[in-house]
Design a protein around this ligand. Structure first.
Ligand code: HEM
Length: 422
């Protein structure tokens, strides 16, 4: 039994890396404290940008209850707002993966300590750690899958990532409140520790290996390796938020790489017309009609009718929940507020419910708030960068609204109901 003991993860002799210690854990913990707080805030902002207050139209989490306490009307200024918040959310999330993995590695001996529960208080702390570690892995895995793949996780991404974030963040706050003072102390003691190398480590309980192997890399070297991994992920994903040669540096991003084709319509898209199940016959000049509904009744407009209405231009980006975005494109079409007037709203325009011809994929319909409809830059666009919209960009007509998430800029629009949301 004595021989076997060091082979069990619960025995102190099992974990032999000389790198583990409270200072190593604390440096990584403080980086996570800053980074995950930014992730949580930008995640909540993204949720607000989806306008879930327009339940149940845009809301993929109808039972949010109290968790929706902070929701507000997403502004239309600055027009690059969602580009910034969501670009930061996804890029930072990817860059923090090495830090999270290193932090988990640094504390892994503590997860195997026996007895697993010593008292009620200790039991509660262990449950909070389960939620912390499980929540962190769950949030990072669902986030990365949603960005990288055509989503494969069972169940809809939105409720999983949203509810998971609250569980994870509650455990994170409890952990940070308990550990932050020690983490700051440990990092401060690093200056003294250079003179007395293991001063802080000696006081540690359970992290420092009692019988360490010979070091193959210094702690500083290990921290630089983790930081280098983060920088590599940052450098190979951040480029998808920029145009031109920078986008080609986004090697890890499905919507990164080279521009998807020359020409004025040659900027990124998420779903092609083929994927969305759009039939060319139904978008032809003869077949397609936009149906506008409001107190004035139902108006049916061919594309030629829309072109006879006052045309306006707006320079606006496309910014996707997956973190990629384009710079401003030059859109031209009919103001949403002019269509609201046509539907019978002469004064302040109301919310609008927009339906697409799209057959596959989420967000076949979406709702926009009154402040978005009222903005003079919000258009039902008919052309972009001087050319008619291409099928993949939403021909015959698509919505474009400043600062709105990409999916709310509905493509292949078929019907708009003004003031129908109550
Ligand atoms: C995703 C976020 C995090 C995860 C998954 C995580 C996980 C853990 C786990 C499992 C432990 C061992 C707990 C025990 O048995 O006592 C631990 C310890 C610790 N964590 Fe975290 N943590 C995270 C974030 C943070 C943050 C934000 C800080 C700093 C504010 C921090 C600082 C510490 C410190 C100082 C310890 C104790 C090290 C020692 O024993 O001396 N952690 N962490």
């Amino acid at each position: 039994m004595r021989d076997l003991a060091p082979r069990l993860p619960s025995s102190p002799g099992f974990w032999r890396s000389p790198l583990r210690g409270p200072r190593f854990t604390s440096v990584l913990g403080l980086v996570l404290l800053a980074g995950i707080t930014v992730l949580f805030v930008t995640g909540l902002l993204s949720y607000a940008a989806y306008n879930p207050g327009l339940s149940p139209v845009n809301d993929k989490t109808p039972d949010k209850g109290l968790l929706g306490f902070y929701l507000f009307s997403w502004p239309t200024d600055p027009p690059w707002l969602y580009r910034l918040t969501q670009g930061v959310h996804v890029t930072l999330g990817l860059a923090l993966v090495p830090v999270l993995l290193a932090k988990l590695w640094s504390v892994v001996p503590r997860l195997f300590t026996l007895p697993p529960v010593r008292s009620l208080a200790h039991g509660l702390e262990r449950v909070s750690l389960l939620l912390l570690v499980g929540g962190a892995l769950f949030e990072f895995v669902t986030g990365v899958l949603n960005v990288q793949l055509d989503y494969v996780f069972p169940g809809s991404f939105y409720p999983l990532h949203f509810y998971g974030a609250w569980v994870f963040f509650a455990a994170f706050v409890a952990h940070a409140v308990l550990k932050a003072p020690a983490a700051v102390r440990n990092v401060r003691s690093m200056r003294d520790a250079r003179r007395r190398p293991d001063a802080a480590d000696r006081a540690a309980d359970g992290l420092v290996a009692p019988a360490p192997d010979a070091p193959t890399v210094s702690r500083r070297g290990a921290l630089w390796t983790v930081g280098g991994g983060s920088l590599l992920l940052l450098g190979t994903s951040a480029g998808r938020s920029f145009d031109g040669p920078l986008r080609a540096t986004a090697l890890l991003a499905p919507h990164g790489g080279a521009e998807p084709g020359g020409g004025p319509n040659g900027f990124q898209i998420n779903k092609t017309a083929a994927y969305a199940g759009i039939d060319a016959a139904e978008t032809s000049e003869e077949a397609w009609r936009l149906v506008v509904v409001g107190p004035a009744g139902t108006v049916r407009l061919a594309r030629a009718d829309l072109l006879r209405l006052p045309q306006h231009s707006a320079a606006l980006p496309i910014a996707c929940v997956e973190g990629w975005s384009t710079s401003d494109q030059s859109w031209r079409g009919v103001r949403l507020r002019d269509l609201a007037a046509l539907a019978g709203f002469d004064g302040a325009p109301p919310d609008v419910f927009v339906e697409s011809l799209q057959r596959r994929g989420a967000f076949r319909h979406g709702a926009l708030r009154a402040n978005q409809v009222a903005d003079p830059r919000s258009l039902l666009a008919l052309s972009v960068n001087g050319r008619t919209l291409s099928p993949d960009h939403g021909h015959p007509a698509r919505i474009i609204v400043p600062a709105a998430p990409g999916v709310l800029n509905t493509k292949w629009v078929a019907r708009m109901t003004f003031g129908g949301l109550g």
